[in-house]
Design a protein around this ligand. Sequence first.
Ligand code: MTE
Ligand code: CO
Length: 420
Amino acid sequence: MSDLFKPSRRAFLRGGAAVAAGSVAGAANAAGPDPLITELQDWESYLGAGVDETPYGLPIRFEQDVVRRNVEWLTASPISSINFTPIHALEGTITPQGCAFERHHSGAIELAKDDFRLMINGLVDKPLVFSYEDIERFPRENHVYFCECAANTGMEWAGAQLNGVQFTHGMIHNMEYTGVPLRTLLAEAGADMSLDKWVYVEGADASSNGRSIPMEKALDDVLVAFKANGEALRMEHGYPVRLVVPGWEGNMWVKWIRRIEVVDRAVESREETSKYTDVYEDGTARKWTWVMDAKSVITSPSPQMPIKHGAGPLVISGLAWSGHGQITRVDVSRNGGITWETARLGKQGDTKALTRFYLDVDWDGAPMLLQARAMDETGYVQPTKDQLREQRGENAVYHNNCIQTWYVNAEGVAENVEVS
Ligand code: MTE
Ligand code: CO
């Protein structure tokens, strides 16, 4: 079989290189014969791996740098900590679970489906306890949503800090969730669904990560999800069942959910008072900052993705998202915000999901100050860093959705900088 295929595959490769020569001349067209084209290669001479060797595939070893990373000095312990999605190295919009950032307050727990119980109690006609199988018997839906930790970009308030988009913007992932609308389960329990009521949601881990959600949101698009990207949730993302709260800060996406209590006012738990609240200069707090405002960032080029090919055709690629709905437009500046060009969207953005954008340019090889600026369906425009500091002051930690700047020098090396 494989012998039969070889000649045609090589012919195809040669054809491909010839087509490319006209526009993007690269290494493959350097002077002299290319041994990759003219010589028999190792991998054409041995038999490859059998189908019994990899029951569940991992990325090939050449991609071993495309992994989550953490920043050791950020937290006292890796148990209550965060790691970051390698968004610089991903394309399209879907985040594979295996490299999607994790945030735990007391570590990721191992909870079997058989041990899973979800209680709905409080202001309900009949308090209920659901098993995992029970959840799977309700009509389900599929939706792609981004999940962004409120602390994403939080280290950048005081100045350019971390040299990599993975670290400045990698507390985000975007998956296709399968789940049951929360409203369905609330109806099953005969919950009081008046709009002045709230639900208080708890996880089964030691931290419990309890959060209050107003009834209006609970009845809108919140999912009780049990699959992500077509497969079971990974342990670290809340296996077997987590809450998906589209467009709202990641902390509300309670993992390993065990209890939903219908209550007549917000519980004001630790997670929604001392944490995940932004304090202004004068000490007052911005309360209930649930929705993640529109934001965008260029993922390549970026500090971890320098330009290696020199002047000429260059693909500028990035991500945009809004907790208020669809991204309608993204602009890119190559001169630090003096002039803007409208980027091309990879595809029409989904609501409350990552949208990929591109600006395909002919780079003249001169240094650039690269920025992206997102707009969403509400007409909101992503602010500059100075505009955001003016509004929020210097105490802020959470909800930093400002415009990011990368300085790209003539060698193509990129650096995290600020312009004012
Ligand atoms: N749920 C529980 N039970 N325990 C937690 O520590 N962390 C929250 C949220 N849900 C947390 C939790 C925070 S702060 C975020 S940003 C998201 O989960 C992160 O989800 P992920 O780990 O799947 O990326
Ligand atoms: Co978080």
